[in-house]
Design a protein around this ligand. Structure first.
Ligand code: 5AD
Ligand code: SF4
Length: 438
């Protein structure tokens, strides 16, 4: 029997794409294995957002250099789309290169492989529909990822995504709602709406719903208790989205709104299409909401031309927003991007220093923020039991991780359930507490 091994790198879009690929392969009679050595088909779903991510993939591929001829090695995802046929030169033992916009063609491509073809590609970005997901094999029985918009029409100077995932295309709202209802009927209670620019969503049907409207509708599907979405772009982020969160209890009170820099000058060089002030206006909507909305962000340090003064503006932004979470990265030059033309590069060492300073600063904010939850009762969606700590692990609506004890310990059988937890302690990365059992 044919078997496959699949390893995923990168963002949640990639994780979800892998679920689609797994479903497609199982349907074609393949068996999934955790052992890359024994698989007849080895696939890597790759990320090229930063050079390091890409290097990781080529290092993985190196391991297959001396493997038996019987094994088919395939590269999927963003590195596949970005490097295309060049991958065959760099790693001649690879025989399948497929970008994310071509996964619906995977069955045909696999037939070509099965027929002995040693170099097969699916690299077209010229596709309207990559949403059909009837074969998706979801990994988690409670929380389902759902792509509502693919691609990106922004032109951020540092970013490879418009090249790896192509132009923006939204899925029809009816299809989204139908699938959410099916997921609810199948027992899912949490939905994560996905898109590179999820809030640029625009229903292509005559109904023409925008993202805020779609959110409201998804949040009102019976059986769905939590709706999250990622990732949002500040330019298209409207107050209507915050109003929807205020009005519809199932919409989680957490917004991930990548700022990238606190300096309007750097934002302009990044071609982000908003200023620091416009970004802070959106933050103001969240701060003034009736519900307490947690806010997380992404920041790039050391973009070409970023001075120490620009960087300090970013540090001050952390204080102003008081983020609940921060993902920060050193600027990495990417192929095909507008920023390749820029000079005035920040030395690697200096990027490292800024990154550390940012993380250190954010640490103190997090400690303060999280301490505010001690003594509160939070509803937690339980994920799993951690045998090492003897605690259950779950998430609040604000996407805080809570480690908590339960009187029945590991026997409690509360996976996937929503429980009230009294928060008794807080740390940098998580809260700790005790389940309230009636
Ligand atoms: N270099 C460093 N970080 C990057 N990101 C995107 N492109 C680059 C790059 N070239 C970061 C952004 C984005 C996150 C997913 O990755 O902060 O929001
Ligand atoms: Fe990586 Fe971006 Fe591709 Fe996601 S879309 S896998 S983050 S390059």
């Amino acid at each position: 029997m044919k078997s496959f091994y699949l390893e995923t790198f990168g963002c949640q879009m990639n994780v979800h794409d892998s679920e689609k690929v797994i479903g497609t392969l199982l349907e074609r009679g393949y068996r999934q294995t955790e052992d890359a050595g024994e698989a007849s088909l080895v696939l890597y779903n790759t990320c090229s957002i930063r050079d390091k991510a890409e290097q990781k993939v080529f290092n993985k591929l190196q391991q297959h250099k001396r493997h038996g001829k019987e094994q088919v090695i395939g590269v999927l995802g963003c590195v596949a789309q970005q490097e295309g046929e060049k991958i065959f030169e760099r790693a001649p033992y690879v025989s399948l290169v497929v970008g994310s916009a071509s996964y619906t063609k995977l069955p045909e491509l696999l037939v070509q492989i099965e027929q002995g073809n040693r170099r097969v590609t699916g690299l077209s970005l010229d596709t309207d529909e990559t949403f059909d997901t009837p074969l998706t094999r979801r990994d988690n029985p409670y929380r389902a990822f759902l792509t509502i918009i693919e691609g990106c029409d922004k032109n951020c100077a540092y970013c490879v995504v418009p090249f790896t995932r192509g132009p923006e295309r939204s899925r029809a709202a009816q299809g989204v709602l139908d699938e959410v209802k099916q997921l609810a009927a199948a027992g899912y209670t949490e939905i994560m709406l996905l898109g590179q620019n999820v809030n640029s969503y625009l229903d292509p049907s005559p109904r023409g719903w925008n993202f805020a409207r779609l959110l409201r509708e998804v949040g009102q599907v019976e059986g769905i208790r939590r709706v999250r979405f990622t990732t949002s772009h500040p330019r298209d982020f409207t107050k209507e989205i915050i109003d929807a969160i205020d009005d519809v209890p199932a919409l989680c009170n957490h917004v991930h709104l990548p700022v990238q820099s606190g300096s309007s000058k750097v934002l302009e060089a990044m071609q982000r299409q908003y200023t620091r002030e416009q970004y802070l206006e959106r933050i103001g909507w969240m701060k003034n909401a009736r519900r307490k909305i947690s806010i997380t962000t992404d920041i790039i340090v050391g973009f070409p031309g970023e001075t120490e003064a620009d960087f300090q503006e970013t540090v001050r932004l952390l204080d102003e927003v008081e983020y609940d979470g921060l993902f920060s990265f050193k600027y990495s030059q990417r192929p095909n991007t507008p920023a390749l033309r820029f000079d005035d590069h920040v030395p690697e060492e200096e990027k490292g220093r800024r990154l550390l300073q940012l993380l250190e600063h954010q640490r103190t904010i997090l400690v303060r923020n999280n301490a505010g939850y001690v003594g509160e009762t939070e509803q937690v969606h339980t994920e799993h039991f951690n045998a090492a700590t003897g605690q259950w692990v779950g998430k609040t609506t604000q996407h805080k991780t809570v480690n908590f004890t339960h009187p029945q310990g590991p026997e409690a059988a509360i996976e996937g359930r929503y429980l009230d937890v009294l928060v008794t302690r807080s740390g940098v990365a998580s809260l700790a507490g005790e389940a309230i059992v009636m």
